[in-house]
Design a binder for this molecule. Structure first.
Ligand code: ZN
Ligand code: ZN
Length: 83
């Protein structure tokens, strides 16, 4: 069974139901302001930001820093993983 990751924080879960049951520390509305969101892409060795194209070794490292090409403005939000 494939691993299940949150698109916002990169945490790994054993099931979708456990992922969507708890709040996410990197939710776009604010820390713990919403649930984890299922990352619907496949597991990869490198993850690419869909806004700027930077590559990271994990979703959690990708979503840890702000993106210079974020749609809300330069560094106005985190990188987001492409599928
Ligand atoms: Zn999360
Ligand atoms: Zn980016």
């Amino acid at each position: 069974m494939a691993n299940i990751y949150c698109e916002y924080c990169g945490d790994r879960f054993s099931s979708v139901s456990s992922l969507t049951a708890s709040d996410c520390r990197r939710h776009p509305n604010g820390t713990y302001k919403g649930k984890h969101k299922l990352y619907e892409g496949t597991e990869k060795s490198k993850y690419t930001c869909k806004y700027c194209g930077d590559q990271f070794n994990s979703i959690s490292s990708l979503t840890a820093s702000d993106c210079r090409r974020h749609p809300n403005g330069t560094y106005k939000g985190k990188h987001a993983p492409a599928l």
